[in-house]
Design a protein around this ligand. Structure first.
Ligand code: PBG
Ligand code: ZN
Length: 327
């Protein structure tokens, strides 16, 4: 008895496979992260992220042009300040590094969308994402006082030219606070992309090398989510939507594809997945060893995020992917 149903019929020719493919990754789906540092002419490769650099503002501008020419619609900016303190001054100061980078990029490449990551961990002396009680050595960030700083940070980023504000600190009520701040400053039309479901993850390790933002003590488990939880992610996205989030993010991506899927089903706004630093470094390390085919594994991974429900993908592979897709 030969089978009647033969799914292989539709796999027999590349053109046929192309015709019936359900999920197609495009360059429009991609967002490229950039790290701004003070100085001039600086391009420091990040030790744990081959191919990713800390760049001074002049180099960020060059990079932004390249990204735009590749057809990638947006970048997300992170900053490494000159000085760090307990008030995270470098985050909200009008002359902060992200503010400078945003202004320079907006002037040079006006049609590239600039997303500003709105958090404090790169700017606090202790590396936590907000205010700590004096003498606290556990990293139990004070929620409500931190909201005031996030509000100020978002407004100064928007003033500097950021098109989208992306709060990543997982404080309760941060979307509402930032929305109020932006509206009061005249930025009613600036969208918020909330890092709504962000897990306490070891996959952020290489990013903390890149952003020099590792907590000096304690960890982020009192504010970022526990990897075992999924219903809590739905709670977080419900709150962020109520508070006015325009888009939602799930982070990390690879070990959390079920969360991407659930967030997609439970919401009616665009969903972004953050393919984080550790996910990039694992693929990069294996590829550099010749153990995997980099192009195929990256495209398969990014397509998987899209299939699981991501409308947008933040990824350090964005430039390579855009080239492979044929800009
Ligand atoms: C800051 C922030 C982090 C990442 C994005 N924004 C790190 C963290 O929470 O420690 C991680 C991104 C990556 O790993 O690529 N809150
Ligand atoms: Zn942070």
């Amino acid at each position: 008895m030969f089978p009647t149903h033969r799914p292989r019929r539709l796999r027999s020719h590349p053109q046929l496979r192309r015709m019936v493919r359900e999920t197609v990754l495009t360059t429009s789906d991609l967002i490229y992260p950039l790290f701004a540092v003070p100085g001039q002419g600086i391009a420091n490769e990040v030790r744990s992220m081959p191919g990713v650099f800390q760049l001074s503002v002049d180099k960020i501008v060059e990079e932004a042009k390249e990204v735009y020419d590749l057809g990638i619609p947006a970048i997300i900016l992170f900053g490494i300040p000159e000085d760090k303190d307990t008030d995270a001054t470098g985050a909200w100061h009008d002359c902060g590094i992200v503010q400078k980078a945003a202004t320079a990029v907006k002037e040079a490449v006006p049609d590239l969308i600039i997303i500003a990551d709105t958090c404090l961990c790169e700017y606090t002396s202790h590396g936590h994402c907000g205010y700590l009680e004096v003498g606290d050595l556990t990293g139990r960030v004070l929620n409500d006082p931190t909201l005031e700083l996030l509000k100020k940070t978002a407004v100064s980023q928007a003033k500097a030219g950021a098109d989208i504000i992306a709060p990543s600190g997982m404080m309760d009520g941060f979307v509402q606070a930032i929305r109020e701040g932006l509206d009061a400053a005249g930025f009613q039309d600036t969208p918020i992309l909330s890092y709504a479901a962000k897990y306490a993850s070891s996959y952020y390790g290489p990013f903390r090398d890149a952003a020099e933002s590792a907590p000096q003590f304690g960890d982020r488990r009192t504010y970022q989510m526990d990897p075992g939880n999924s219903r809590e992610a739905l709670k977080e996205i419900e709150l962020d939507l109520t508070e006015g989030a325009d888009m939602l993010m799930v982070k990390p991506a690879l070990a959390y594809m079920d969360i991407i899927w659930q967030v997609k089903q439970a919401s009616n706004v665009p969903v972004a997945a953050y393919n984080v630093s550790g996910e990039y470094s694992m693929i990069k390390a294996a590829a550099l060893n010749g153990w995997v085919d980099e192009e195929r594994i990256v495209m398969e991974t990014l397509t998987g995020f899209k299939r699981s429900g991501a409308d947008l993908i933040l990824t350090y592979h964005a430039k390579d992917a855009a080239r492979w897709l044929g800009a």
